[in-house]
Design a protein around this ligand. Structure first.
Ligand SMILES: Cc1ncc(COP(=O)(O)O)c(C=O)c1O
Length: 414
């Protein structure tokens, strides 16, 4: 690909101006927005305002004056259009793991069969599996017969025909980037009287999602990846309106109570999606996410998807023209429509290669045991950066620049 062609891509990019909303360090190419989205100016200014003016000056009155108390619902409503949800079904709160616990428990409580079954895929994000395991363990200890069934992706459809209570899946696989057909899988589950809980952590903010149109039951998703909410930003959850009446979620804290400030001794759930709240929301973090979501104003998810696929296709086309690329094995689907906004490659030296890339200013991550993972966030990346990132990767491999002891030292977070 010539330099001119790359420039043409950037000139024609309808999202190019969005880059100015982010405070990216110069000299770094950030291919890790799928793990931790970058700082936006809006988030920085909002956190400063919340700390200095709201918390600093208005103190506790800010719960009313600055509507801190309404943030979980308000931020949920901002996320809703990005995932194809009508109002009243999305709430911002807690972490993905905690939200998943609430929703899996609620989905199982909907059924009350002799034997409760959650079906999932072996290689989804482990925290989701740990949470399901923990819930199953709790049920068993209370004498309820329950089971978590894990199958490889290729066996999922067959396993759904056995009518598990719940199918829990990641829409985009965190390792490979492989994407499930949400409509097809949800339809199949419903035909078999199974409810579906989708984890949207690697899709929300990067691709089109149509939860209402697909008649999804429940979903969770991450605030700090493509939504750019900041480290440890609160997550979100979705409960279709039809499941909200009579819903039973076990983490029934005061913020989900009908009248939290009446301090009644017994729990009475609020109506609607707010009953999924548990404790006091983390206002600093949620404010950052709220502000960061303004970066999505004026664009639609189809534009995000189109650009992220064009970026990853450009990366692949540069790589595939270079002979060193034969050393890397693409573990993401080669067909763009079958993957999310990421590419993963396996290599026996994946860790040192990822470290050499980071030292060269191309920020990627490593996923054990042997994957180099690159995210193609459409809001802030340029085609020129992606082209440079691809050239760095081929250079590091062809010149064996990763052969140095310092690239093998592993920190706690990879
Ligand atoms: C797909 C997926 N699900 C769940 C999680 C866990 O999220 P949390 O730490 O908010 O519980 C992650 C974290 O990276 C993830 O990638």
């Amino acid at each position: 690909m010539t330099e001119e062609e790359i420039i043409n891509f950037d000139t024609a990019d309808p999202l190019a101006a969005k880059r100015q909303h982010f405070e990216l360090p110069t000299g770094k190419i950030y291919l890790n927005g799928n793990s931790l989205g970058p700082l936006s100016t809006a988030a920085k200014l909002r956190v400063r305002e919340v700390i200095e003016s709201q918390w600093g000056n208005d103190l506790i009155s800010s719960w009313n004056r600055h509507r801190w108390i309404d943030l979980p619902l308000a931020v949920g409503e901002k996320i809703a259009p990005l995932i194809g949800a009508a109002p009243g079904q999305v709430l911002c709160c807690d972490s993905v793991s905690i939200n998943l616990f609430k929703l899996l428990a609620a989905a199982l409580a909907n059924r009350r069969r002799e034997h409760a079954v959650i079906l999932s895929q072996q290689d989804i994000f482990p925290s989701d599996l740990y949470i399901a395991e923990g819930l199953i363990k709790l049920l068993r200890e209370r004498g309820v017969s329950a089971e978590l069934q894990l199958v490889p992706s290729r066996d999922l459809e067959q396993a759904v025909t056995k009518s598990p209570d719940v199918l829990m899946l990641s829409h985009v696989n965190f390792r490979t980037g492989a994407v499930h057909d949400m409509q097809r899988v949800t339809d199949l589950a419903h035909k078999n009287n199974t409810q579906v809980v989708w984890d949207l952590s690697h899709s929300a903010g990067a691709m089109e999602l149509a939860l209402d149109a697909c008649q999804v039951d429940f979903a969770v998703g991450c605030g700090y990846k493509f939504l750019n909410g900041g480290p440890g930003a609160p997550a979100f959850l979705y409960v279709a309106s039809r499941h909200q009446t009579g819903l039973q979620q076990p983490l029934q804290g005061w913020m989900g109570h009908r009248q939290p400030f009446e301090f009644e001794p017994h729990y009475q759930p609020d109506e609607g999606i707010n009953q999924l709240q548990t404790g006091t929301p983390s206002i600093l973090s949620m404010s950052a996410l709220d502000a960061a979501l303004s970066c999505f104003e004026g664009i639609n998810a189809a534009q995000l998807r189109e650009k992220s696929l064009a970026l990853s296709e450009m990366f692949l086309s540069i790589l595939e023209k270079d002979s060193t690329s034969s050393e890397l094995t693409l573990v993401s689907p080669r067909s763009p429509h079958l993957r999310g906004a990421q590419l993963s490659f396996s290599h026996s030296q994946a860790f040192p290669i990822s470290q050499a890339l980071i030292e060269a200013g191309v920020i990627v991550d490593f996923r054990s045991p042997n994957l180099i993972r690159l995210g193609f966030s459409p809001l802030f990346l340029s085609f020129a950066e992606v082209a440079k990132g691809a050239s760095s990767l081929t250079q590091i491999i062809s010149e064996k620049l990763f052969w140095h002891e310092r690239f093998s030292v592993r920190a706690k977070v990879t």
